[in-house]
Design a protein around this ligand. Structure first.
Ligand code: SAM
Length: 314
């Protein structure tokens, strides 16, 4: 993953925040319901949803409260949110233990609409106007930090991959995905949904599904069901090189119905890799667990020179 520092600095505008207030480990009580209803905010600022930016809003503060609480943020954590939109989840995060909330929003229309929340937050909320794909959250906040977001579905996977590459920098990631993607994140070997995304996610994190939400929970409703997933860094990830694991899983799952001795041929030395790792040449990608893929990645890396790390969002 490219550390996004330079690109991020050039594109980011100054964080907009309330006048500085002393930040304490025990944040002041914040009442999400004390501000105008989200529907009124949307009407007042003319915030019709833009499909191109994956805008499906959560306007029920009970629901956003449930998501924010499910992140289970330890005291003193900075919560980083991608895409605050009209601010339903942002308000809910301000009502948690989070010492600060930093929200990254690409659509300028929401910056003005969030001013009331910024003022009510007494210095705990900052907004960064930027494309989250170009932002390195580690540069926004010191540890402990966590990401909590109802993600724009069109960029959810590249965002997740960028964060997974450095997941040890986060207490946790609590993220809303479309259900089909969430199913792939937690899928186990032998299942239809098991693939590259499952291997890379489970190699780096312990991922579990928290709950599903139907389309009607959102305004406007998306076409698909949604799922909140909680990811925490794996304490002892199998040693492997990110790029090598990507290459091995791409080859294996690119022809998932073929035996590995065939599908891994593009790596140049399929039979040797399988022999070295003790994996049956007749096995198929979907039968191999994370430890097996990590072993294949190590064997592959030992025989091929290392390449530069992947671009953020690649
Ligand atoms: N958090 C709000 C809620 O739950 O109602 C809005 C969630 S909506 C699914 C996704 C939000 O992400 C929108 O506000 C959208 O403008 C914003 N967004 C889309 N692409 C983005 C990007 N690349 N970087 C930052 N924000 C983005």
């Amino acid at each position: 993953m490219k550390r996004a520092g330079d690109a991020y600095k050039s594109r980011m505008t100054d964080p907009i925040s309330a006048p500085a207030a002393p930040v304490t480990a025990a944040p002041a009580a914040f009442d999400p319901h004390a501000l105008p209803p989200l529907r009124d905010v949307i009407a007042r600022f003319g915030l019709e949803a833009r499909k191109s930016l994956g805008q499906n809003f959560l306007l029920d503060l009970n629901l956003t409260g449930r998501i924010a609480r499910s992140a289970n943020l330890p005291a003193g954590t900075t919560a980083i949110e991608v895409g605050p939109g009209p601010g339903g989840l942002t308000r809910a995060l301000l009502a948690t233990n989070a010492v600060k909330v930093i929200a990254i929003e690409r659509d300028r229309r929401f910056i003005e609409a969030l001013q009331d929340v910024i003022e009510a937050s007494e210095g705990r909320l900052s907004i960064v106007e930027a494309d989250a794909l170009t932002v390195d959250p580690e540069e926004l906040a010191p540890a402990p930090r966590a990401i909590v977001a109802n993600l724009p579905y069109n960029v959810a996977t590249p965002l997740l991959l960028g964060w997974l590459a450095r997941i040890e920098a986060y207490v946790s990631l609590t993220l809303m995905f479309q259900k089909e993607v969430a199913d792939r994140l937690v899928a186990k070997p032998g299942s239809k949904a098991y693939g590259r995304l499952s291997v890379i996610t489970q190699w780096r994190s312990d991922a579990r599904v928290l709950f599903n939400l139907p389309p009607r929970a959102f305004t406007p409703p998306p076409k698909v069901e949604s799922t909140v997933v909680h990811l925490t860094p794996r304490s002892n990830p199998e040693p492997a090189d990110w790029r090598a694991l990507e290459q091995v899983t791409a080859a294996a799952f690119g022809q998932r119905r073929k035996m590995l001795r065939q599908s891994l041929k593009s790596l140049g030395n399929a039979e040797t890799l399988l022999e070295e790792t003790g994996i049956a040449p007749t096995a198929r990608a979907e039968e191999i667990d994370v430890a097996g893929f990590a072993a294949l990645a190590r064997a592959f890396r030992a025989r091929t020179p290392a390449e530069p790390p992947p671009e953020r969002g690649a």
